[in-house]
Design a protein around this ligand. Structure first.
Ligand SMILES: [Zn+2]
Length: 181
């Protein structure tokens, strides 16, 4: 997304200044989630994304991204971007998280938190998912997925995948249930 677009999105659904309780946070213990059953708060999900970002492998762009994908069963799957000397094999944080989950048999999701910034710098813009990740997420999540694009735990834009990928092409176009095998 371009900065101007992000500015427009920031107006109606800006969570700047909101301070969410973090005392219930229990989803930062591993890359494969902190346990089923309890829905994490937005702040908890964003914090998990920040932790995942710390593992980003970015020797070329130095732009580190973290994502935390909340499954319907309460598990959180995290991912970071992983670059490659061949450039093309580079994988985004969102797809790392998604593919981790799907590879473990989890295909239903409700929320994703995304954070990104240049290494050693603080976020000045939110980081939206790239077009490829929007399409990859749409396959399993459809338009209702909540997307939290965060600068910090209490400064983030809440939107949906449907807003980010209007008229998205997905399994239903082929008369298949999302996530069906
Ligand atoms: Zn991407």
């Amino acid at each position: 997304m371009y900065p101007d677009d992000l500015g427009q999105l920031r107006q109606p659904r800006n969570h700047h200044g909101r301070r969410a309780s973090d005392q219930l946070y229990r989803h930062d213990e591993s890359c494969t989630g902190g346990g089923a059953g309890m829905k994490p708060t937005d702040a908890e999900l964003i914090r998990a994304a920040f932790k995942a970002r710390s593992f980003a492998y970015t020797p070329y762009s130095h732009f580190k991204v973290g994502a935390a994908l909340l499954a319907k069963n309460g598990m959180v799957y995290t991912g970071c971007n992983i670059e490659n000397a061949g450039y093309t094999p580079t994988n985004c944080a969102e797809r790392t998280a998604l593919f981790k989950a799907v590879s473990e048999g989890v295909t239903e999701f409700t929320d994703i938190a995304i954070v990104g910034s240049l290494d050693g710098k603080k976020n000045t813009l939110v980081t939206g998912p790239c077009g490829v990740c929007r399409q990859a997420l749409y396959e399993f999540c459809g338009p209702r997925l909540r997307v939290l694009m965060a600068k910090s735990e209490d400064d983030y834009i809440e939107t949906t995948l449907g807003d980010l990928l209007p008229y998205g092409f997905g399994p239903t176009n082929l008369e298949i249930e999302p996530g069906a095998d």
